[in-house]
Design a protein around this ligand. Structure first.
Ligand code: MLT
Length: 402
């Protein structure tokens, strides 16, 4: 009997679990401390009224044998897929077939699971800093080699995102088979223009690479930027796109997302759409009926307006944070097309030291940049997903302290 030893190479717990543990320890030692949590990007606004109504109706349907629903189609019901097709793609001039959309329990799962359809020999290019799931799931799959002393993995082609390149990665210097991109970016909050993204599509098509494009934060875009990679010419032959209802419609606790795998995306004569379809029908039993009705409701006229209002609420928080932190003298990025504000720590303080300082002195929790990769050292992330009241309090505490 042997275990998957790749798990032994990885840190024993996931970044956000580590932070939660540290905060819980502080709270238990200081039971009266009024902690403001702006660490994990977890939503706090209640679900849209249209979503709640639709879920209640779906629960009632499940209570009646005439409308009861058992197993759901593996890839989602057409009543949701058609809405996704119309509002997320057709409205932006993109034609996506229904059988290219795979509904799931979220973009985190999909971004990890998608590795199943690729060989363990593939070379993976990943931004640094980055959403830790891309790295950790590749470590588990045995694609990353060994962890070096500098905190980097020997077989990963890193795409450093630094203040010098304005947190926009440059094309890989070494060949990469799989390229993870996330825009608007987690953690830096920076977005990409169509011209810049077109370069990546060109690179991937020329080099036979596949881009895994995480667009979980597209709803936060305020400027004239692509929301989907398929808005770019040639993207259907080189890109898979991951989408989420979590940050868009507050589904972090409901769980729903989807992945688009175009049929034109063919590697060595094999359609990746077919492989993903096979993977999902084998390992996934479909999204719950109630959740699918919830997702559908986000596209009704009322649902769309209500979801827009929720996003506007978080965007206002991001603006408050950005202005307030700049005023306190910090250098910042993101926050304009994103719910994340990325800031430089004062005096090059290590990001975990800055985390401890904020927690111990002013009881504000953020995420240390180093937790997203070595290039995140010296930076710190705050999220706009709290309440406006608490966000303002956190900013006041930061302004008074620094
Ligand atoms: C984050 O804080 O980076 C996100 O909440 C993580 C996630 O979406 O899984």
């Amino acid at each position: 009997m042997k275990i998957n030893e790749n798990f032994l190479k990885i840190q024993s717990s996931y970044l956000f679990s580590n932070i939660a543990k540290k905060v819980a320890a502080y709270q238990s030692a200081n039971p009266d401390a009024d902690i403001i949590r702006l660490g994990i990007g977890d939503t706090t606004r209640p679900l849209a009224d249209a979503v709640i109504k639709s879920m209640h109706k779906a629960v009632d349907e499940m209570a009646d044998e005439k409308t009861y629903q058992g197993y759901q189609p593996d890839y989602g019901q057409n009543f949701v897929l058609e809405k996704i097709q119309e509002y997320d793609f057709k409205a932006r001039g993109v034609d996506i077939d229904l059988d290219e959309i795979f509904l799931s329990d979220g973009a985190k799962s999909d971004s990890g699971n998608i590795g199943d359809i690729f060989s363990a020999d593939n070379v993976v290019a990943i931004c640094d800093p980055v959403y830790p799931v891309y790295i950790d799931t590749n470590v588990m799959a045995g694609r990353t080699g060994e962890l070096l002393e500098n905190g980097l993995w020997s077989n990963i082609v890193y795409l450093p995102c630094t203040a010098e390149n304005n947190f926009l990665p440059e094309l890989p210097k070494k060949h990469a088979d799989i390229i993870y991109l996330c825009f608007p970016n987690n953690p830096t909050g920076m977005a990409i223009t169509a011209d810049e993204l077109q370069k990546w599509v060109g690179y991937a098509n020329e080099n036979g690479s596949v881009i895994l494009y995480d667009a979980a934060y597209e709803a936060f875009i305020t400027e004239d930027l692509p929301h989907s990679i398929y808005e770019l010419k040639g993207a259907k032959t080189c890109a898979i796109e991951l989408r989420s209802f979590s940050k868009t419609a507050g589904f972090t606790g409901v769980r729903c997302g989807y992945t688009v795998v175009p049929k034109e995306l063919v590697v060595n004569g094999v359609s990746l759409n077919k492989l993903w379809a096979r993977r999902q029908s084998t390992k996934f039993n479909g999204v719950s009926y109630i959740t699918q009705r919830a997702a559908e409701a986000t596209y009704s006229p009322e649902g769309r307006q209500q979801v827009k209002d929720i996003i506007a609420y978080y965007q206002e928080n991001a603006k408050i944070m950005l202005e307030g932190i700049n005023k306190a003298g910090f250098k910042t990025w993101g926050g304009v097309n994103s719910p994340y504000v990325w800031l430089k720590t004062p005096d090059d303080m290590k990001s975990w030291d800055f985390f401890d300082l904020l927690l111990n002195k002013i009881q504000v929790v953020g995420t240390p940049g180093e937790g997203f990769g070595p290039s995140g050292e010296g930076f710190f992330r705050l999220t706009a997903f709290g309440s406006t009241e608490r966000t303002k309090q956190a900013i006041e505490r930061i302004q008074n302290f620094f």
